[in-house]
Design a protein around this ligand. Structure first.
Ligand SMILES: Nc1nc2c(c(=O)[nH]1)N[C@H]1C(S)=C(S)[C@@H](COP(=O)(O)O)O[C@H]1N2
Ligand SMILES: [Mo]
Length: 405
């Protein structure tokens, strides 16, 4: 890279351009970018977002559920939802380092003198592969408004802010042990290398959210592969956290620094965001951790189906509390019948199911699917209100039109 250019650790030239284009490094890069680098035409997300696969909201894109029809258990990368607070950085794996520091490590290394792991060092450690969903805590948020008449803040996702992938990487427990984890450590704070998050004129800094050491040691992965390939840029290349069953914000992408602390840690992402706030909660709110039970049909919204014909409705159900035990479907809002499982039910993944339906008469119908998980929690008819619209787990009313045969 040419002299005089400011460069963030682990950032390639293209990453710099991308960040500069997004405004994140505008000042640092001013006057230093070669002429004719019109990277500003790029959107915040790198991969293609064809309208038949995604619905796009600014820096976020949700999977269309009908795009999972005919797909296998895993969500292919080309249709896995993306949630970026700012924009996807392009990072250079060879220059990248994971930097660990803090009072919870032996010798309390400082941020200026951290314990470091290179990409190659991580890849040489014992690896583990898990199948797990990542789901935004705001998935289903729009139904607070459309089904319950409540106003909430945040991206109006339908049900497509979730995906299941095979993640390969190193257990965070392994890396923490090698970095000198002490028994005094209580929280870790993973931080992304994407641009600072600025909202309403306030710079909240790097995207970061504290995670209790107990969860960090349980089943959290430092992932470098998704569905058998290196992580794509939008999903956290070179390394992201995968925190199974918990709100997607826990699974920090483009991981850079990781503080390990003997005292509890805070960030806006566990004090201001990803807390349940509202009249039914204590004043300080309740922390969002595990995701709730949900179900979705692999059908377009307002799908049209022919009357007098046999249709096989398919869908998927999942829960942050453990695997799905039972799914029921209703086509009239009154009677419920069991759906048939057509995949394994995984604790940290989902269950695929099907339900044959022969609608006799043309007209407007509402399909409902409701799942019960292994802990006995069943989807309710109404989701508890919270001002930021997190954890919408109520049965979703899916409208379809049955047309005359
Ligand atoms: N560094 C960083 N990590 C992040 C985010 C982000 O904007 N920056 N978004 C979080 C949120 S809110 C979610 S829901 C998931 C989305 O993961 P995905 O984009 O791979 O689907 O990433 C999380 N990790
Ligand atoms: Mo999210």
């Amino acid at each position: 890279m040419g002299g005089g250019e400011a460069r963030l650790p682990g950032l390639s030239r293209r990453g710099m351009l991308k960040l500069a284009a997004a405004g994140g490094l505008a000042a640092a890069a001013a006057g230093t970018l070669p002429a004719g680098t019109a990277a500003a035409a790029d959107g915040p997300i790198v991969k293609p977002l064809p309208p038949e696969l995604f619905e796009v909201y600014g820096t976020n894109a949700e999977t269309r559920w009908e795009a999972l029809s005919g797909q296998g258990y895993l969500t292919p990368v080309d249709r896995f939802f993306v949630r970026d607070h700012t924009s996807t950085p392009i990072l250079d794996a060879a220059a990248w380092r994971l930097r660990l520091f803090g009072s919870g490590l032996r010798g309390a290394p400082t941020a200026a003198n951290p314990v470091e792991f290179s990409y190659r060092e991580l890849r040489e450690l014992p690896s583990e592969t898990i199948t797990a969903f990542i789901e935004c805590a705001g998935n289903g948020r729009s139904f607070f408004t459309s089904q319950q008449g409540q106003s909430v803040s945040g991206t109006a996702w339908k049900l497509g802010a979730v995906g299941v992938a095979r993640w390969r990487g190193v257990r965070l427990a392994t890396v923490l042990a090698r970095a000198g984890l002490t028994r005094h450590a209580v929280d870790v704070l993973p931080e992304g290398l994407d641009p600072d998050y600025v909202t309403a004129g306030v710079n909240l800094g790097k995207v970061r959210r504290p995670l209790p050491v107990a969860k960090a040691l349980q089943d959290v992965l430092l992932a470098y592969e998704m569905n058998g390939r290196p992580l794509p840029p939008d999903h956290g290349f070179p390394v992201r956290l995968v925190v199974p069953s918990w709100a997607g914000i826990s699974s920090i992408k483009w991981l850079g620094r990781l503080e390990v602390s003997a005292d509890p840690l805070v960030s806006p992402w566990n004090t201001q965001y990803y807390r349940l706030l509202g009249p039914d909660y204590p004043a300080e709110g309740t922390l969002v951790t595990e995701q709730v039970v949900k179900s979705a049909f692999e059908l377009p919204w307002h799908a049209t189906l022919a009357a007098g014909r046999r249709h096989v409705l398919r869908g998927r159900s999942w829960s942050g509390h453990g695997r799905i035990r039972r799914v029921e479907v209703s086509t009239d809002g009154v009677t419920w019948e069991p759906a048939k499982p057509i995949s394994p039910a995984l604790d940290r993944g989902w269950l695929q199911w099907e339900f044959p339906w022969r609608p006799r008469n043309a007209g407007e119908y509402t399909l409902r699917a409701r799942a019960t998980d292994i802990t006995g929690v069943r989807q309710p008819d109404v989701a508890p209100y919270n001002t930021q619209g997190y954890l919408f787990g109520a049965v979703v009313r899916h409208p379809v039109t049955v047309s005359a045969a």
